[in-house]
Design a protein around this ligand. Structure first.
Ligand SMILES: [Mg+2]
Length: 441
């Protein structure tokens, strides 16, 4: 019998402990959350499958001679300062003997499926974050498998034995801390943060490690004298709210390791969307085009993170008089490509024809998901673009959503140009007021 089935039904999902008090990350009923993250996933698979690559600096990614980008780097390559989203040419300069390997997405997806199947044996309450990482709520599994640490060790052991790969494991009372713990455990390690250790564990970390703190907010926090989470822990909630509004509350909670979000198994989305309200109504098509591109990138990023592709692209538009319209277009093939989403949204906006009317909100959404399509073999060409987009996602994940921008924000850029990224300092445009997350997850 499938081991997961034995633990089903005790607690159908990870909720239940969500209404706890603010006591150093532990809710009234202590949850046991595990974050599993494969080490240098793509590169490790290549080294496993080709013994000649073992213990060598390996980069999975695009051609260094044609503006390729690093999708993944082995730990040997990382020792030279090579990392994801770096131009492959730069990686070669840093380490001339680095071996470049083309991404084999079909293999990565197969291995990903194997990893997730293995994890599912320990709990049905599993939320994959991307191809190579997942949250598990094992609160109800400990009776069957022993402590969360024991489960973490078993998972690491079995991944090593059956897949000849290494994974790092973080264990904590919530998702936020479990992810930080697995980062702290890397590579090939396990770190458990117990409820009584939460405040100390967080204190030494830089403020950037808090969820939702991108470059802009980190810079502001530093200006206010907060470099480490420990310093932030000393700040009263009212002061943070005065500085950051409602998000100040969130900062206050996360700095103390309090995160009540549940591990969401089989989270089924009907759509993924982002929208933005402007501080001033506008009919400036260049500005609107730039916003559409940003929204499309946010949606694409979220789709790829969840291994989703959708056929229907929807544009939402609210006029200055608050009248709201939506326009949709269905593509012949499901997509998760920023470019395709943007082009469709752009065409929908052009078809609406503002006729001089001003707009106060724009939104972009993708729906009509084709689950089977998720595992479709990627064509050689789209695999390349996809690797780049994933690499960019990884940078954004690490440094905040604004850290990587397309070289061209609006029309005129070719696909090739669109693939060239540069890292820019973060800045909120003066006309922007709020970014509303259509999923509010
Ligand atoms: Mg990983």
């Amino acid at each position: 019998m499938h081991r997961a089935q034995q633990v089903l039904g005790q607690r159908g999902c990870g909720r239940g402990a969500d209404t706890g008090k603010l006591v150093g990350g532990a809710a009234e009923v202590e949850r046991k959350i595990i974050h599993v993250d494969m080490d240098a996933f793509f590169a490790a698979i290549e080294q496993r499958d080709d013994p000649s690559l073992r213990s060598k600096p390996v980069v999975v990614g695009g051609d260094p001679d044609s503006r390729g980008v690093v999708a993944a780097a082995s730990y040997e390559a990382r020792a030279y300062g090579i990392h994801s989203a770096m131009p492959s040419s730069q990686a070669r300069r840093r380490c001339p003997q680095v071996v470049f390997v083309r991404p084999n997405h079909e293999t990565y997806r197969e291995v990903s499926t194997q990893v997730m199947a293995l994890l599912r044996e320990y709990t049905p309450v599993i939320e994959p974050l991307s191809v190579d990482e997942a949250f598990l709520d094992v609160t109800s599994s400990v009776g069957l498998f022993g402590s969360a640490r024991r489960i973490g060790e078993q998972i690491r052991g079995r991944i090593r034995e059956t897949l000849q790969l290494t994974a790092s494991v973080g264990i904590a009372p919530n998702k936020f801390l479990a992810k930080l713990a697995s980062e702290g455990a890397k590579p090939d390690g396990l770190l458990e943060v117990k409820p009584e250790e939460v405040l100390t564990f967080l204190a030494a970390l830089p403020v950037e490690r808090i969820w939702g703190v991108g470059e802009t907010r980190a810079a502001k926090l530093r200006r206010l004298g907060f470099t480490t989470i420990g310093q932030l822990q000393q700040c009263p909630a009212e002061e943070l709210v005065a500085q950051f509004g409602k998000q100040g509350e969130e900062l206050y909670k996360l700095a103390r390791g309090f995160d009540e979000s549940a591990v969401q198994p089989g989270r089924e989305r009907k759509s993924v969307s982002h929208e933005e309200t402007f501080a001033e109504d506008t009919n400036d098509m260049v500005f609107l085009g730039a916003i559409l591109l940003q929204l499309s990138e946010q949606v694409g990023r979220r789709l790829r993170a969840q291994e989703l592709k959708g056929c229907t692209i929807t544009l939402k538009l609210r006029y200055a008089d608050f009248r709201t319209i939506t326009r949709s277009k269905t593509l012949p093939q499901p997509t998760d490509s920023d470019k395709q989403i943007y082009e469709s949204a752009r065409a929908l906006l052009a078809a609406v024809g503002l006729g001089g009317r001003k707009v106060r909100l724009l939104g972009v959404g993708v729906s009509n998901f084709d689950v089977g399509e998720q595992l479709r073999l990627l064509a050689e060409d789209s695999a390349e673009a996809s690797a780049v987009e994933r690499a960019v996602d990884e940078v954004r994940e690490r440094f905040g959503p604004q850290s990587v921008r397309r070289a061209r924000l609006v029309d005129g850029g070719t696909a090739e140009e669109g693939r060239r990224q540069r890292v820019e300092p973060d800045s909120d445009g003066p006309q922007r007021k709020a970014v509303q997350d259509g999923n509010n997850q």
